[in-house]
Design a binder for this molecule. Structure first.
Ligand SMILES: [Zn+2]
Ligand SMILES: [Zn+2]
Length: 253
């Protein structure tokens, strides 16, 4: 047991994932408060002092609203590309720029940012190599870009967006312009698109799939799991996701 993925928040109410390798860790996004994330780390038995840096995927508030405060409270650097950094205000932080598709080392892991397709300045996903294992954190993308699709194929643990059920979005409460954006290549992935991507990238190699960033208004855990299970043939009980606000998970190989 060497790599652990702690999903502390996932969805439009806020996102935060911590990837821990041996005794060090990196946080990816922090879209809730420091107080709430601290409580969820306690629930998961995660010591905040093991976190070496916060990586940001893109500047939407459900990914960055707690980033500045958390970086300051934990005394750790904030890392993202410069276009993303210029698009939000984390306050006074120790900023370390990174570049798309250029790998870097944090917490004993080799990490690379891969481009996603989303209505943000320079959005990305992260692929983390922890020893022999690869972890992909890919949400907020209207379609899978070639590098993310390739990473999904190779990943041992894949935290991948399954944002909405098409029927629920079409008949749901959002205004037409927002529905069109969500459903576009610059928006989010629906359950069927995620299922098809998982199916396309299936090999003999065993992966753990976590369905992430489920919409509170346009999706439900059971619908996401059932859709992905029906299309991919993966058993429902092997497809995990957060069930309610405040829920957390620890994913291990
Ligand atoms: Zn988001
Ligand atoms: Zn977003």
């Amino acid at each position: 047991m060497s790599v652990e993925v702690h999903v502390l928040a996932s969805g439009s109410d806020g996102n935060c994932t911590v990837v821990k390798y041996e005794d060090r860790a990196v946080m990816i996004d922090e879209g809730i408060s420091f107080k709430a994330i601290k409580e969820r780390m306690d629930v998961n038995g995660l010591d905040p002092s093991c976190i070496d840096a916060i990586l940001v995927t893109h500047e939407h508030s459900d990914h960055v609203s707690g980033v500045g405060a958390t970086a300051r409270k934990l005394g750790i650097p904030l890392m993202c590309n410069e276009n993303t950094f210029r698009s939000f205000d984390p306050g006074n932080v120790d900023y370390r720029p990174i570049r798309m598709m250029n790998s870097f080392q944090v917490a004993g892991m080799e990490i690379i940012s891969l481009p996603t397709s989303h209505n943000a300045a320079e959005p990305c996903s992260y692929l983390l190599q922890a020893g022999d294992e690869k972890v992909l954190i890919a949400t907020d993308t209207g379609k899978l870009t070639f590098p993310v699709e390739h990473a999904l194929k190779e990943a041992d643990i894949a935290v991948i967006e399954s944002n909405y059920d098409k029927h629920m979005l079409d008949y749901g409460p959002y205004p037409p312009s927002l529905k069109r954006l969500i459903d576009s290549d610059m928006g989010h992935m629906c359950n069927v698109a995620t299922a098809n991507a998982i199916k396309r990238t299936m090999t003999d190699h065993k992966r753990k799939i976590f369905l992430a960033h489920l919409s509170r208004h346009n999706n439900e855990p059971d619908i996401a799991r059932e859709t992905v299970s029906n299309i991919t043939g993966i058993r429902r009980m092997e497809l995990d996701c957060l069930e309610f606000k405040g829920d957390t998970r620890i994913i291990r190989m």
